[in-house]
Ligand binder design. Structure first.
Ligand code: 13P
Length: 244
């Protein structure tokens, strides 16, 4: 099974979403195709988009509060996301870490809230360009994983997305070889932290219809987390159909 998850970030209007959904509904995916689609949607459109949920389409949020409830103006709790029937939530995206002060401790708390509410967390990790240049990628990923996953319920499924910060929105994807090597490493780390089992690890960072087939061909890559190219239904479908 390959997961193709779009992260719309702070994009799309209601009108654009209607067109996107129409195009997606029209496309006939081959029966029994081994692909799970997902869209991480801005909060205000989540309820509308939940109509798209199906056995091959997950709808989720891009962020969640690390608190349960109460006087946290502007925040949305994991309980609320579960209450409206969502499937998953992104956590620890590099944009949130870099621009909104999200520490590993906060990411860990958010993960815990998602698990308590039976939502599938998609944990994003990745190194910056500076860390990459200094050869620190593995140390950075290992530290993020051990801090973000500390004390979580090992029996529950999580998805990890490897998103090198230098590849996000730059048009400069990591090479298929580097992705393979890094995801292999991440799965070994997950074996140590969560126990030996099948782990689901996606790649994200400038995935587009031109490079998706090569990236997804490798068995170790369980899918893609797609930013810019997920805003256009045709491009999103092209990426998904590069799986079969
Ligand atoms: P791009 O595909 O636009 O590089 O974004 C990747 C990303 O951040 C997905 O979460």
């Amino acid at each position: 099974m390959k997961y193709i998850i779009g992260n719309w970030k702070m994009n799309m209007t209601a009108g654009e979403i209607v067109n996107f959904s129409k195009a997606l509904r029209k496309y006939k995916f081959p029966k029994h195709s081994d692909v799970m689609l997902g869209l991480a949607v801005p909060y205000v459109y989540l309820l509308g988009m939940s109509k798209m949920q199906s056995s091959m389409m997950m709808i989720g949020a891009q962020n969640v509060s690390n608190h349960d409830k109460g006087a946290y103006t502007g925040e949305i709790s994991a309980n609320m996301l579960a209450d409206v029937g969502l499937d998953f939530c992104l956590v620890g995206h590099s944009e949130r870490r870099a621009m909104f002060g999200e520490t590993d401790e906060i990411v860990n708390q958010k993960l815990e809230k998602l698990q308590e509410n039976e939502l599938l967390p998609i944990l994003c990790i990745g190194e910056t360009l500076e860390q990459y240049d200094k050869g620190q990628t593995k140390a950075v990923l290992s530290a993020q994983l051990s801090k973000d996953l500390e004390g979580i319920d090992k029996s529950k499924q999580i998805i990890v997305a490897y998103e090198p910060v230098w590849a996000i929105g730059t048009g400069k994807s990591a090479s298929a070889d580097l992705i393979k090597e890094t995801i292999t490493f991440i799965k070994q780390e997950l074996d140590k932290i969560l126990g030996k089992r099948e782990h689901i690890v996606l790649y994200g960072g400038s995935v587009n219809p031109a490079n998706s087939a090569e990236i997804l061909r490798n068995e170790i890559v369980d899918g893609a987390l797609v930013g810019g190219a997920s805003l256009d239904a045709d491009r999103f479908i092209q990426i998904a159909s590069s799986v079969f």
